[in-house]
Design a binder for this molecule. Structure first.
Ligand code: SAH
Length: 356
C-alpha cells in the first residue's frame, strides 16, 4: 500500500501554489485526518470524555430520554440518534438504561471515521451508520445526543486589522526567526467587513470573532427535524453561554495542550461551542429551547449523587473510584462548569428534566 502523504506536505504544496488557506479548511482537514486513522479515546489516547469516565453519564442521558418521551405521551416508535459516538460507550450505557424502562429505539450513528465505526460496531452491533444527518430517517420522532461533537467541527475566524476585517488564514513560513519552518496564522488580504454581524463591526483593532458554520448547520438540521418529526435533543460540549470574542482554538495530544499549528492531523483540534448562537439557530429552525445549563447542574438534577451511592453500595471496593468519577463529571473545577448541556425539543413536546 502506498504511504499516505502527510497533511503537512499536502498543505505546503497547496499554500505554495495558491497562497494561504483558511483556518476553517486547515481545521476541517486536520480533524478529518486525525479521526480517520485512530481511536483518540482509548488507553494511550489524547483525551478522555464524560462517557469514558463513568457509565453514569450515558445512563442518565438514557433516562432523560425515556422521561421526556414518556411525558410526551409515548408516541410510538422512536429513533435513538447519536452524532460522533466515539467508542460507542455513551450509546451502550444509554440504551441499556432505556431498555430497563421498556424503551428500545432503532439506533442511528452519524460517524465520519472508519476506525471508530469499527469500535462502535462492537459496542452497539444493531446500529445503522450515516455519513451525515441528511440520510437519517424522517418517519418517527428522534431522541438525539451529541457529546463533544460540535467542538470538533471547523471554525472560521475574522480579525480586525488596521485595514479592516480580514479572515484568519494559515500560511507556511519556510524559516522563522529561529530558522525553523512552520505553519502560522496570518490575516487574509480580502476585505471581510460584510461578513461581520452589525453589532461587532466597530470592535477595536485586533478583535477576533469566531464562528462555527458546521455547528450551526448541524443545529439547524436537528431543529428542523424536531419541528417536522418530533423528538428531543441534548447537545453537550465545552463552551460558553454568553457571547464573547477571541480565539478558543486549541490542540490536544497525549492529554496536553500543544500548538494547533504544529503537526496537523496528529492532534485533536477543538473550539469552544457558542451555545447562545446555537440556541438562536435552533429557535429559527423551529425547535423549542429547553435551556442551557452546566453539566454539573444537569447531572445533579438528574440524580447522579443517588446513582453513585447505589453503584458504590453494590461494589464497595470500587466506591472511591465511583465517587471520584462522579466528582470529575460534576465538580466546578473539573468538567462541571466548563461543559454545558443544551436541551432542544419539538414545539409540542414537554419541558426536559434538569433544565429548571
Ligand atoms: N461522543 C464521543 C466521542 C467524541 S470525539 C465521546 O463523548 O466519547 C468526536 C467524535 O465525532 C468522533 O467519533 C469523531 O470521529 C466524530 N466526528 C468528528 N468530526 C466529524 C464529522 N465532521 N462528521 C462525522 N463525525 C465526526
Amino acid at each position: 500500500m502506498p504511504e499516505t502523504e502527510s497533511l503537512t506536505a499536502i498543505f505546503q504544496r497547496l499554500i505554495a501554489a495558491f497562497g494561504p488557506i483558511t483556518l476553517q479548511h486547515y481545521m476541517g482537514e486536520s480533524n478529518a485526518r486525525y479521526y480517520a486513522g485512530k481511536d483518540p479515546l482509548g488507553s494511550g489516547g489524547d483525551f478522555i470524555t464524560a462517557p469514558e469516565i463513568s457509565q453514569m453519564f450515558g445512563e442518565l442521558v438514557g433516562l432523560w430520554m425515556v422521561d421526556i418521551w414518556t411525558r410526551a405521551g409515548t408516541p410510538g416508535p422512536v429513533h435513538y440518534v447519536e452524532l460522533g459516538p466515539g467508542r460507542g460507550t455513551l450509546a451502550r450505557d444509554a440504551l441499556r438504561a432505556m431498555k430497563r424502562q421498556g424503551l428500545e429505539p432503532q439506533v442511528h450513528f452519524v460517524e465520519g471515521s472508519e476506525a471508530l465505526r469499527a469500535l462502535q460496531r462492537e459496542a452497539v452491533p444493531q446500529a445503522q451508520w450515516h455519513d451525515d444527518l441528511a440520510t437519517l430517517p424522517d418517519d418517527a420522532p428522534i431522541l438525539l445526543v451529541a457529546n463533544e461533537f460540535l467542538d470538533a467541527l471547523p471554525v472560521r475566524q475574522l480579525v480586525r486589522t488596521p485595514q479592516g476585517w480580514r479572515e484568519r488564514m494559515v500560511d507556511w513560513q519556510a524559516a522563522g526567526a529561529d530558522g525553523k519552518a512552520r505553519f502560522l496564522p496570518v490575516a487574509g488580504d480580502k476585505p471581510m467587513d460584510a461578513a461581520l454581524p452589525e453589532h461587532l463591526k466597530d470592535s477595536p483593532e485586533q478583535t477576533l470573532v469566531e464562528t462555527c458554520p458546521g455547528a450551526a448547520t448541524v443545529t439547524d438540521e436537528i431543529a428542523r427535524r424536531l419541528a417536522g418529526q418530533g423528538g428531543a435533543a441534548l447537545l453537550i460540549d465545552y463552551g460558553y453561554a454568553e457571547p464573547r470574542t477571541g480565539s478558543t482554538l486549541q490542540a490536544l495530544k497525549d492529554h496536553a495542550k500543544v500548538d494547533p499549528f504544529a503537526l496537523p492531523g496528529e492532534a485533536d483540534l477543538t473550539c469552544l461551542v457558542d451555545f447562545a448562537a446555537m440556541a438562536q439557530v435552533a429557535l429559527a429552525g423551529g425547535a423549542r429551547h429547553l435551556g442551557t445549563v452546566t453539566q454539573g447542574a444537569f447531572l445533579r438534577a438528574l440524580g447522579i449523587d443517588m446513582r453513585a451511592a447505589q453503584l458504590a453500595a453494590v461494589a464497595p471496593q470500587q466506591s472511591s473510584a465511583i465517587l471520584g468519577a462522579r466528582d470529575r463529571l460534576v465538580d466546578e473545577e473539573q468538567m462541571g462548569e466548563l461543559f454545558k448541556v443544551m436541551g432542544l425539543a419539538a414545539p409540542a413536546w414537554p419541558d426536559g428534566a434538569g433544565f429548571r
